[in-house]
Ligand binder design. Structure first.
Ligand code: PLP
Length: 405
């Protein structure tokens, strides 16, 4: 893998200071920083070929359309989808889940049916299902988790039943960093012909995510969490399933023929892409994926595993620090609290030391309730972070403790 100083040089923001201190950015779970190639992609679109896609016959429109469809192909191969028809661009993971909740819900969910999620979910994978359940008088069921933040698999098996219409689970918990056993979750659901949506918002950027190997029915993620721009995301769905679903938004580009009597819809994936989509975002996302491939997804995984091991070791040696989410299967996230010190005090003092961490429920209130806490401090690391930065975090935490003792 490329040398770490060369990698860091690819991300201009990592060179800045905050409060006259070198920035330590440990809020990658919320959003990742952008390599120069992604920043340049936006400039290229707007200076070279900005034009609406799929609409014009002129040179610029053709070029923009081609780049947009190339981006779709890049996403397809990155997640190993079977065809480009299965890759729908949306505004992000939240938009993708809402699209499935509406569209799948419209087609397949009725009164008394059940949707199964886990206790670890981000609000984006809770609220759309609650809304669907209230629309359709369906029932939301929740897979419980144990004290390590792992789902209790036997309970999951008990919850799967004749009324279950869909299982929707995170690949990785954003609040704790715990990896869910999605392969086992999917094969148990499939043995009862129940489709599964995997929320890859915190998984896709940390290693190879092969949707065909996983055999998930839907897979969603956001561009901004995988080093691409905000406002773009992906909904992968198996073609045979997507073709059965009604569109969830109407408008331009998702149609074939629009007489007043009855509109006929466009083919996949356009049926689900109404209106002018965020094509600069899609092109930027493709650049981000190319960048990651140039580093190597396995190299990224290895580097992040090393950072997680080092950070866990160092942080466990801090007296009074408790880590939430102690599963051996984790990504490079440490969610913690300091004894008798409020998470916001910890976060604010670390900020003044130039260290960006996230504090709060991380949009996953139920999992905080499960542990009987208001929230945590979350340090989410990625391949461009270093052991020296972890040392600075630990020194910062010691400083917080000394200020409150
Ligand atoms: N799912 C998970 C697991 C997340 O961590 C997030 C964001 O933090 C989302 C969904 C929603 O992502 P976005 O806000 O980019 O739509």
């Amino acid at each position: 893998m490329k040398d770490i100083s060369a990698i860091r040089a690819d991300f201009p923001i990592l060179g800045r200071t905050v409060y006259d201190k070198d920035l330590v950015y440990f809020d990658n779970g919320a959003t990742t920083q952008k390599p120069k190639c992604v920043i340049d992609a936006a400039t290229e679109v707007f200076t070279l070929y900005n034009s609406n896609i799929h609409r014009g016959v002129h040179f610029l429109s053709d070029m923009a359309s081609e780049e947009y469809e190339n981006a779709r192909e890049r996403v397809r191969s990155f997640i190993n989808a079977g065809s480009r028809e299965e890759v729908v661009f949306t505004a992000g993971a939240t938009a993708s889940i809402n699209a499935v909740a509406f569209s799948f819900g419209e087609r397949f969910v009725g009164r008394g049916d059940e949707i199964l999620i886990s206790h670890l979910e981000h609000h984006a994978n809770i609220v759309p299902w609650q809304m669907l359940c209230s629309r359709k008088q369906a029932v939301l069921k929740v897979i419980p988790v144990d004290d390590n933040g792992e789902i209790i698999f036997e309970e999951y098996l008990k919850l799967l039943g004749k009324k279950t219409r869909l299982v929707s689970v995170a690949q990785v918990s954003n609040a704790l960093g715990v990896i869910l056993p999605v392969d086992r979750i999917i094969s148990a659901a499939h043995s009862m012909n129940i489709p599964v949506l995997v929320d890859g918002a915190q998984g896709v950027q940390h290693g190879v995510s092969d949707v065909r190997k996983m055999d998930c029915d839907f897979y969603v993620f956001s561009g901004h969490k995988i080093y691409g721009p905000a406002g773009i995301g992906v909904l992968y769905g198996k073609a045979e399933l997507l073709s059965e679903l009604p569109p969830y938004q109407g408008g331009g580009d998702m149609v074939k023929n629009v007489p007043f009597e009855k509109t006929s819809y466009n083919d996949l994936p356009f049926k689900f892409e109404a209106g002018t989509v965020n094509f600069p975002g899609a092109i930027g996302l493709a650049r981000a994926l190319e960048y990651l491939l140039s580093l190597g997804m396995d190299n990224i995984k290895q580097r992040e595993r090393d950072l997680l091991e080092y950070a866990t070791q160092q942080m466990l040696s801090v007296k009074g620090l408790k880590i939430y989410g102690n599963s051996p299967e984790k990504i490079s996230v440490i969610s913690f609290l300091l004894k008798d010190i409020h998470m916001y005090d910890t976060g604010m003092i670390l900020d003044k030391l130039g260290i960006a961490v996230r504090t709060g429920t991380h949009c996953a209130q139920p999992v905080m309730d499960r542990f009987g806490i208001e929230g945590t401090v979350r340090a989410s690391m990625c391949f461009y972070n270093t052991r020296e930065e972890i040392d600075r975090l630990c020194a910062g935490i010691e400083k917080v403790i000394s200020m409150f003792s």
